[in-house]
Ligand binder design. Sequence first.
Ligand code: FAD
Length: 757
Amino acid sequence: MRPAVPIAQDLVLVGGGHAHVHVLKRFGMRPAAGVRLTLIARDIETPYSGMLPGYVAGLYDVAECHIDLVRLARFAGARLIHAEAMGLDRGARHVLCHPHPPIRYDVVSLDIGSTPRLDDVPGAAEHTVSVKPIARFAERWEALIERARDLAGLRLAIVGGGAGGVELALAAHHRLAGILDTAPEITLVTRDALLPSHNARVRRLFARLFAERGIRAVTETPIARVEPGRLIAADGSAIEFDEALWVTDAAGAPWLAATGLPLDKRGFVVVDENLRSPADDAIFAAGDIATMPAHPREKAGVYAVRHGPPLADNLRRALAGRNLRRAVPQKRALALIGTGDGKAVASRGPFTAYGKSLWWLKEWIDRRWMRRYTELPDMVGGEGLESEHAMRCGGCAAKVPAEVLARVLARLDPAASGKVANDRVTIGLASPDDAALVSFPGAPPLLQTVDFFRAMVDDPYLFGRIAANHALGDIYAMGGTPDTALAIATVPPARPVIVEQDLFHMLKGATEILDAAGAVLVGGHSAEGAELALGFAVTGRTDPGNLLRKGGLRPGDRLVLTKPLGTGVILAAEMRRLAPARSVAAAIAAMQQSAAAASACFVAHGATACTDVTGFGLLGHLGEMLAASGTPELRVGARLDPEEIPALDGALALLATGLTSSLHGANLAALSALAPGEADRDPALAALLIDPQTAGGLLAGVPAERAAACRDELCRLGYRAAEIGVVVERAGERARVWLDPGSARHPEIPAPATVDA
Ligand SMILES: Cc1cc2nc3c(=O)[nH]c(=O)nc-3n(C[C@H](O)[C@H](O)[C@H](O)COP(=O)(O)OP(=O)(O)OC[C@H]3O[C@@H](n4cnc5c(N)ncnc54)[C@H](O)[C@@H]3O)c2cc1C
């Protein structure tokens, strides 16, 4: 997954705005040797502003007007850091982020759009909905519609009379009039005239359209403050509202002031004709956030789009130390302003036109632009999709298959493999578990475990957090508390300063997780390696009464799982650019959720057995629990309720397409635990059951009478926990696990399948 050429330079893009999506595409088409591309993005789905009013009008859905930055970054071979930039340390050449540690750059480019100026007007931030940042507006608009449904008649105020505000007023009218019983009362309030930067004909046309639709325009009326439900104008007059949208002039992000870069009076970054800061050769800016004092332009998406090609070119030239290209956008651009009803107004200087065909033109332009960044070609010859090695999964999906491991251990000399009695070893390879339990004279017993795998995400900090969390899972699965950890890390070759940053980021992420767990990093080993990889040997303690083991399940116990399944397939799909950004974000969040509270909860509810679901999938690990439980006289199996098995959003849909992680083939053997024919009935579900998990949930057997309380407590603790089945006495030889709809909710109804002898 790493370039063959060692990394020599870091190009960092801050913000996934309109210009940067083009830079990503261009670098994906033609990578720059030795350059590592990093995108820092606060939002992983970036909106295309041109289509936003169409979304508000109900003409597009969210996906149609957003670019999935996870997929685009993967195409570009860029590391995606999902974080908000908060500053620049220009001396150290670091982008300061939240919550991520600083990210170094050789060249950095800012395309972060503009920030609403809500603070200028008291009460605006509290009582209105800001359209900026646009990336968050979609959610707020949907919430507003829901609230509007509960009102007898909606009074909507829109503050701001530029193209954005006018277009929004017409779009909102169209949408709300279509779904509410009573026509909405819409008032647009603006400090100046309507559309002050457009010609008089355009302004008259919009005034007429407003009048026809009953939208009131209150012009030349600056708002001085906002109270709950009331806009108070500078002249003291009040405009009542149920909901208010804020679409006024925006400014540069406040943190830019501390960078020492030259800014204009609204806080936008001053750039020269090459889009570079005149004060710092390493810093570029584009889109709304950039201002070219000699060539002032409106803050509009159309200019941000136009910055894309010269910016991509100039970033490449700056890295290579070549002369830059002039990037002054043309003076006038054609504005196509939608009227919410499938028509649009064209405005350019004195030119004006209105009609359906202009909406078709706008839609054609917008959709063509979106397709460029959402329908990405398969790259041939690079690290493209076709390279089998590049597609091997990281994380726990990179485990050695269970059967291979079992064969190797069986071939080892029993004494060397710890299979002979040893008074120091209470739990070892003779009865393998998630962690070993060893004792030394005069000291309490210790839990010991080790994990190591290659990165499954490109951000070393995030990877460090996930790897540490995963390693701690074994201790928690045993009902223990982690004490110390030793790290082992490999980092791909690069300039020493880059190696240092990667190692620091990994260990910073890891130590945050270890600290939160009360564990201390006491040492480790690092080396250069082909890939980013990290592992931990963790030592912990457990009170004898709290020790949880894989074995111990009893018929009647309920099976409780603490996290949804699907990280394996989602990460595999992400490498192929097939996973939606939201699914990837959900998988990453799940992999960072600690098992500490779940472990304590299981102990408190008298769990009879526990394990963590990792590389061998739910079925593989459940199989280990069942094999370790029961007696030759009383063998146990499990009825799993397919309806209750939690899956990460998008996981089943991806599995249904036949996509799987690289450990899937080896995990197929675990399906033999199912009754004959069951895996074929629902192939996607069967694949989910063997999907390898990284930092997966704990799976425990809980006495029937305490299971509901245990699950409720887990949910209260923030887990997406579920009671997924019940342990049963097994009559037959073949099957150990039955898929039995309803069994979690009605385990008292015996399953005919369990008597399969
Ligand atoms: C309702 C409305 C309709 C509009 N319609 C049009 C139109 O039809 N045509 C037109 O030309 N213009 C339109 N505009 C203007 C247009 O939205 C902006 O000019 C355009 O979005 C600017 O693009 P950009 O690339 O500079 O930034 P943006 O599109 O705002 O993108 C900035 C990106 O940076 C990310 N980001 C922000 N801060 C940080 C940070 N600190 N760290 C990391 N990431 C960060 C954001 O998540 C976002 O993805 C409209 C505006 C509004 C409000």
